[in-house]
Design a protein around this ligand. Sequence first.
Ligand SMILES: [Zn+2]
Length: 140
Amino acid sequence: MEDTCAWCGAGLPGGRRRRYCPRPRPCRQEAYRERRRAAAALRARIALLQISREIRARCEALELLVADAVGNERAHAGMHSTAAADFQHLTSELVRCAVIADREVSATWEQIGRPHGLSADAARARYGRARLLWPPPMPE
Ligand SMILES: [Zn+2]
């Protein structure tokens, strides 16, 4: 049976059994980083899903609220601003999570900035320190 490196596929030297090429080849470290990136990207995607659902739920609530106000020709003071303020926080959180998810799959700052009309430098300046704040439930 021929053993090959689980990362680069190169044939492995005989002797003791191993999964990856021996040092100084970085296969073991690269495989570890890849698993870490995949796990981080998954967390960001779960957060994106949760925020999307939250936004949809609030859109539905807002629709009912506004329809009721229109139908009854009345609205509580500050109702519209209160409803709109929720969205500002959620959408900025959504964009942050999208940037994190893209960074975890090695998107460039140029690719991240373009949809927002930002240069690579501007995107890095704005989102370079973005960390996942939304708490996604981690299946244990
Ligand atoms: Zn290798």
